[in-house]
Design a protein around this ligand. Structure first.
Ligand code: BDR
Ligand code: CA
Length: 319
């Protein structure tokens, strides 16, 4: 029995780590990849996802998502992830054919095909899932679980002072997804910055990634190592030192294993109107809204064990 997983991502250096991890786990069947506009424009993300799907030998259909957010203009982060989204990595041309369906339709079809079975992962903005909810409002009940990398609860942002990238790119979409999934039988798991930033890659991990590329000769290992180097350079230029926060994988790791972190229930909503705080995920810790919790917030990450599990998974699969 394998676990069917659909990944909606804006690949993206850390998204590439998460995709690689999922493809290397024998207990997972990646049943769909949705390319989301975000770190780079949707066409660049889609190129990256098609190439990675081919090199990782997944049979997942890869669908192009929407060109941009529901309402606001698209912002991208070429400084963080490089002009093509994968830092210094040069992707070989891919023969992989895209799935002709929209990203939103792929969400709907995948969920309807395996009702109650599919695990959804959102590792980028929520645009495509919000559009999918317009086609199929029953999605929260059709999915087995939803896991999200997004937000910052009682923590500074990494985009605006209080907003995290995946939410800030399309706050309306994130707000609609959280509202719709408050009707889900299981609360979505939200991995905010204070949890994902604990997964710090330092020089030792950069070196290990480089060695993995050398020892395995696997083309994706080389892409990850070259991407990671760019990510380090960006973090250093941003004043954070010679390291990188690799956000997305811990959400995928926890979604599969239920380990390496714990969660707590919380009522969370997205600020849409704030002139200084638009895109902030506001958590009602004291219950002032009188609303029941609508998410499980990822917390208490075991970063060393999670990192070892992540890199160890790739080493086992590729060397
Ligand atoms: C999130 O933003 C993106 O740049 C990363 O891929 C991650 O999903 C972190 O804020
Ligand atoms: Ca991402």
């Amino acid at each position: 029995m394998t676990l069917p997983v659909l990944v909606d991502c804006d690949t993206g250096i850390d998204d590439a780590f998460a995709l690689s991890y999922l493809a290397c786990r024998p207990e997972v069947h990646v049943t769909g990849i949705v390319s989301s506009a975000g770190n780079v424009d949707v066409h660049a993300v889609h190129r990256n996802n098609l190439a990675l799907a081919e090199l990782l030998r997944t049979d997942a259909p890869v669908s192009r998502g929407a060109e941009g957010p529901l309402i606001q203009e698209l912002m991208t982060a070429a400084d963080t992830h490089g002009p093509g989204g994968l830092g210094h990595a040069a992707l070989p041309p891919s023969g992989r054919i895209e799935d002709p369906r929209s990203g939103a339709q792929l969400w709907v079809d995948a969920a309807r095909q395996q009702p109650g079975e599919l695990v959804g992962l959102v590792l980028g903005p929520h645009t495509n899932l919000a559009l999918a909810l317009e086609i199929e409002p029953e999605l929260p009940r059709l999915l087995k679980r939803l896991h999200i990398m997004g937000g910052a609860i009682n923590h500074r942002g990494n985009t605006g002072p209080t907003s995290e990238w995946n939410i800030a790119v399309d706050p309306e979409a994130a707000q609609r997804v959280l509202a719709a999934f408050s009707a889900a039988p299981r609360r979505p798991v939200l991995g905010p910055l204070e949890a994902t930033e604990t997964l710090r890659f330092e020089q030792a991990e950069l070196e290990r990634a480089r060695q993995l590329a050398e020892r395995s000769g696997h083309p994706v290992a080389a892409i990850l190592a070259d991407g990671l180097r760019w990510y380090f350079e960006f973090h250093e230029a941003d004043g954070l030192g010679w390291m990188a926060h690799v956000h997305d994988p811990i959400v995928a790791i926890h979604a599969l294993t239920g380990q390496f972190a714990s969660t707590y229930p919380l009522a969370v909503d997205v600020e849409l109107a704030g002139t200084l705080t638009r895109g902030q995920t506001v958590g009602d810790v004291l219950g002032r809204w009188g609303r029941p919790p609508n998410v499980e917030v990822l917390t208490a990450v075991q970063p060393h064990a999670a990192l070892e599990h992540l890199i160890g998974t790739l080493e086992t699969a590729w060397v």
